[in-house]
Design a protein around this ligand. Structure first.
Ligand SMILES: [Zn+2]
Ligand SMILES: [Zn+2]
Length: 358
């Protein structure tokens, strides 16, 4: 499914099967989750995407072919990739490894960083190629932790190949919503009372991790969104209300996942002294001005950009232990436009995942 021009529907096209270059894997895509960022790219809210472009940066698939020198480079884990291995492909697709950011463990800020489904073709396709150093191994043990998501009663029956294949669709949203959400969460440090503004996919995943780590979650939804508030309470939020409301206690930190700039001063006012507001999205509407007194007393506003491979590795260790439950709605690959449209209108009942059958 190809984005040929900004602001247009994706087009179903037959394109040549990509060939893995040096250091790359050819991956047969099994599932690719849709991210809010995909909509920002389609809408032209992110500058200079590759065009034509295949979107998609939350990919679970199997290695179909291993390019030259893949296993001689030093991936961050010492994983050696072989044909048939299951891998996850995230947003971060390539970094130069030599700029000041890369050399100080901040490859997420790399001056020349390239991103899957943005500067590099992604996973709304049957096949994709990816730099092996940025792919995460997803062995059966990891995927098995998500089998109970797919079919709650199947867990006892073990983990057959077909059960694992179904669980892959539940793992896909972890590759961005999970990993970038996790980076946002880590920026809140030791905060005990954690507010989350915009209780969508990333929030659902991160709230589960936070509750597992004994944090108190305060969920902020669109004013009047009682269903959203109920679902936040169901997974264990101690309080849920509208983003126009004040929480019953001051918060140690707040993460904003909604791309709405007016939430920044609102969240700031909900913070205790020394608290932090983390903006977790790649795009946000303008932030209105606010009095300095709201920032005073060492409150901090920060943003989270992209992910490092270490974030991804940490998250993939932690998520199966919780285990994080993902809620998904699956679509066929050629229904990608319908999935994007439902996402845009807020009509999804979970993360949209394209399941590619070939
Ligand atoms: Zn994303
Ligand atoms: Zn760099």
């Amino acid at each position: 499914m190809v984005l040929e021009e900004i602001g247009t529907a994706l087009a179903l096209r037959d394109v040549p099967k990509p060939r893995p270059g040096r250091g790359q894997l050819l991956v047969r895509v099994n599932a690719c989750a849709i991210c809010r960022t995909d909509l920002h790219i389609v809408d032209g809210e992110l500058p200079n995407p590759k065009l034509p472009l295949i979107l998609g940066h939350q990919i679970v698939g199997r290695v179909e072919e291993v390019g030259d020198a893949v296993n001689q480079q030093s991936p961050i884990s010492d994983q050696q990739f072989a044909v048939g291995d299951r891998v996850g492909i995230p947003w971060l697709g390539w970094t130069d490894g030599e700029c000041p950011y890369c050399r100080s463990n901040r490859e997420n800020l790399c001056d020349r960083g390239r991103f899957i489904g943005y500067n590099i073709d992604g996973g709304y396709a049957e096949f994709t190629v990816a730099d092996a150093r940025y792919c995460f191994p997803l062995p059966d043990e990891v995927v098995a932790a998500f089998v109970s998501n797919a079919e709650p009663d199947k867990q006892a029956l073990g983990t057959s190949a077909s059960t694992l294949a179904q669980a892959e669709a539940h793992v896909a949203p972890l590759l961005c919503a999970g990993m970038l959400g996790y980076r946002s969460y880590r920026k809140t440090g030791e905060a005990r009372r954690l507010g989350i503004y915009g209780f969508g996919n990333a929030a659902h995943l991160i709230a589960q991790i936070a509750i597992y780590e004994k944090k108190e979650i305060f969920a902020f939804t669109r004013p009047g969104d009682k269903i959203g508030q109920e679902s936040a309470k169901k997974i264990g939020a101690v309080w849920a209300g509208g983003s126009n409301e004040m929480p019953p206690e001051k918060l140690d930190a707040a993460i904003i996942f909604a791309p709405v700039g007016t939430l920044v001063p609102a969240a700031l006012r909900a913070l205790a002294k020394g608290g932090v507001v983390v903006c977790g999205g790649i795009h946000m509407s303008d932030i209105p001005s606010f009095p300095y007194v709201d920032l005073w007393n060492e409150r901090v506003i920060t943003s989270v950009a992209n992910l490092t491979r270490r974030d991804g590795e940490e998250f993939l260790k932690l998520a199966p232990r919780v285990p994080v439950k993902t809620k998904i709605e699956t679509f066929e690959l050629d229904d990608a436009n319908a999935a994007l449209e439902k996402f845009r209108r807020g009509q999804l009942d979970g993360t949209a995942v394209l399941v590619v059958s070939s």
